[in-house]
Design a protein around this ligand. Sequence first.
Ligand code: NAD
Length: 337
Amino acid sequence: MNIFWKNKKILITGINGFVGGNLASKLIKNKAKVFGLVRGSDHNSYLYYENIYKKCKIINGDLTNKDLLEKIIIENKIQIVYHLAAQVEVGVALDNPYDTFETNIRGTYSLLQVLAKNKKYIKSIIIASSDKAYGEYPKSKLPYKETYDLRPKYPYDISKAAADLISQWYSNLPNKLPLIVTRFANIYGPGQLNFSALIPDIIKSALGYKNFIPRSDGKHKRDYLYIDDVIELYLNIARKLYKNKTKFSGEIYNAGTNNFYQVKQVISFIYKKLNNEKKLKQIIKKMKNKKTKGEIFIQSMDYKKVDKDFLWKPKINFKDGIDKSIVWYSKYLKDNS
Ligand SMILES: NC(=O)c1ccc[n+]([C@@H]2O[C@H](COP(=O)([O-])OP(=O)(O)OC[C@H]3O[C@@H](n4cnc5c(N)ncnc54)[C@H](O)[C@@H]3O)[C@@H](O)[C@H]2O)c1
């Protein structure tokens, strides 16, 4: 436990999501006062499954509702904000870019405008951008560095890049908010219940709860970051910014493992681990010549800058992270089947 967090008043947008639920859990363990914005009545989340919601103040509403955001921030004297709420599904964004832009872009500037107007107690704002905001660079440019230009091509990626740039502006004059933008690699681990994401989808199917339907030939490569590493870094970043706005405000941080795995490798790894080799062969066969649209081919994130500023390195290697994830999903899927 770190006493810094005791009684700190923290707002998490997207608390009902994967990262938000895990973050709330850790902050509560550190005795912070956590307020969370939740849209809709979906209780099928880490926040509810692990009973974390009982120790937070949950407020229902939409990110684009400025009046509501203002009320939350003023009434609760919010000091730290983690902005995680977003429409994160790449496929949904391709089919319906409007709603993705509304939440990811308008939602972000609505929140920032309210924060700029009511910044009396605000000491630290963390904006979750994404590795996808960079768009695609050739393999020779891997791992991606914070200095690379954002050049996204697809709707989700564009929405994250737009929110990222808008946030940077708010950290500069004339509105100067204490703000850091994070661009993390693919996050995985307990609590990710978006089963269109690769790792939950594979684990669920390898455990026999569904059939795995390949969306590509499996040659895409991604950098995978375990959730506990992300949460540790998120706490670190917000605390340092709180204590030293001059040094950290306006900074951008990538995090990843500097490494990547091919989608096909991830599928094989999990299926073999769960002794499901017969199914694996059928899947590999189905993947042949399957083309995907609207996705970046290869990405990995450089973590030199976070290491330098926050002494952070990913601690959980991919194999251990997958083991921990399988244990959690096995229980969750059993409880919910
Ligand atoms: N998971 C990853 O691999 C990853 C990697 C890099 C960056 N990120 C970013 O981190 C953040 C959190 O990701 P996650 O995986 O927890 O996503 P998630 O989908 O699990 O959680 C997002 C939450 O935002 C909520 N939300 C969506 N639209 C809203 C709106 N208009 N008003 C209020 N709430 C709304 C959703 O209901 C959901 O609970 C996102 O901003 C995402 O872009 C995620």
